[in-house]
Design a protein around this ligand. Structure first.
Ligand code: ADP
Ligand code: MG
Ligand code: MG
Length: 211
């Protein structure tokens, strides 16, 4: 099983950066349908800046690394998703404190803190057609898998599947938060871009946790 050390978290962030770069046009197309067509470029700008910051100096602990990721997202991404994802990563980093090896249970705690941060800042509930619709089921699936004694690889698999299903489930929803909510019923029939990017982030976790 993968050891959840700083290198593991750096690999996760690197894989997110790669996949956001590869999928930025799809994310922006989703945002063109129900938003302002910038979600892919917003995230790509943020993760590109993170890659540069990590190339300069990789933090010593997983918590410090996630905190740096969050702060960079807040500075570089803008819009709704910058502060929300920035808060998510910062809260996750804060939850990990200064441990150097993260247990599966600590990973669950970090992602629960990330979700709580997103909901405190954005006050979206599940069903509002936002990133919460992918993140909340992913965190639940991860927590359940770990509670059942699954290893991090299997737990990440469960989380990624739940996030993908959660993103898919936003298609028939009517948006109640963010720009898409301005469209009212016309927001129905499109996948939420933030839910789609959350699924990418959890899929990247599954990729790096695989043996
Ligand atoms: P903006 O809408 O400011 O252009 P982005 O396009 O980068 O920002 O991000 C849009 C995404 O942010 C949405 O698809 C949605 O998932 C998420 N979002 C917007 N508002 C909220 C909120 N209040 N709570 C949670 N997520 C939100
Ligand atoms: Mg947008
Ligand atoms: Mg915008």
């Amino acid at each position: 099983a993968a050891t959840l050390d700083t290198a593991f978290f750096a690999a996760w962030i690197e894989e997110i950066t790669r996949s956001v770069g590869a999928e930025k046009d799809r994310l922006t197309r989703l945002d063109a349908a129900i938003g302002d067509a910038d979600h892919g470029t917003n995230l790509d700008r943020g993760f590109t800046a993170i890659a540069q910051a990590l190339a300069d100096k990789e933090p010593d602990t997983p918590g410090a690394l996630l905190t740096l990721v969050g702060s960079t997202l807040i500075r570089k991404v803008g819009g709704a998703s910058g502060p929300l994802y920035g808060t998510a990563f910062r809260e996750a980093g804060k939850a990990l404190a200064d441990v150097s090896e993260v247990s599966a249970a600590e990973l669950v705690g970090a992602l629960e803190a990330a979700l709580a941060g997103v909901q405190k800042l954005g006050s979206a509930a599940e069903g509002d057609k936002t990133m919460v619709d992918a993140l909340a089921p992913a965190v639940r699936a991860l927590a359940q898998a770990v509670q059942e004694g699954k290893d991090p690889r299997e737990a990440a698999e469960a989380a990624a599947s739940a996030a993908l299903a959660g993103a898919e489930a936003t298609v028939p929803m009517q948006a109640r938060k963010g720009r898409a909510s301005y469209l009212g019923p016309r927001s129905v029939g499109h996948e939420d871009p933030g839910a789609a990017s959350t699924a990418l982030i959890l899929t990247a976790l599954r990729t790096v946790a695989a043996p």
